[in-house]
Design a protein around this ligand. Structure first.
Ligand SMILES: [Zn+2]
Length: 73
């Protein structure tokens, strides 16, 4: 396990070391994942921030969200 700050809220998020551990996400009270867009942008977000985003968020939506500081807004 390692940790990485959420791009939006800055919270340190525990992440699994490899894709083989992806199922562990469902059991973690906190966590996050990287979302990638076809345009090449990618963002690492905690699940609180992911939950706050609309499901059809575009890369521009996420960039705005990240710039605004994340889910607490
Ligand atoms: Zn966050």
């Amino acid at each position: 396990m390692t940790s990485e700050p959420c791009d939006a809220c800055g919270e340190s998020v525990r992440i699994a070391g490899g894709i083989a551990n992806i199922w562990s996400f469902t059991h973690e009270p906190s966590g996050g994942m990287t979302i990638e867009f076809p345009t090449g942008e990618d963002f690492f977000l905690c699940f609180q921030c992911l939950d706050a985003l609309p499901e059809d968020a575009t890369a521009a939506d996420v960039a705005t969200f990240v710039a605004a500081g994340g889910y607490e807004l």
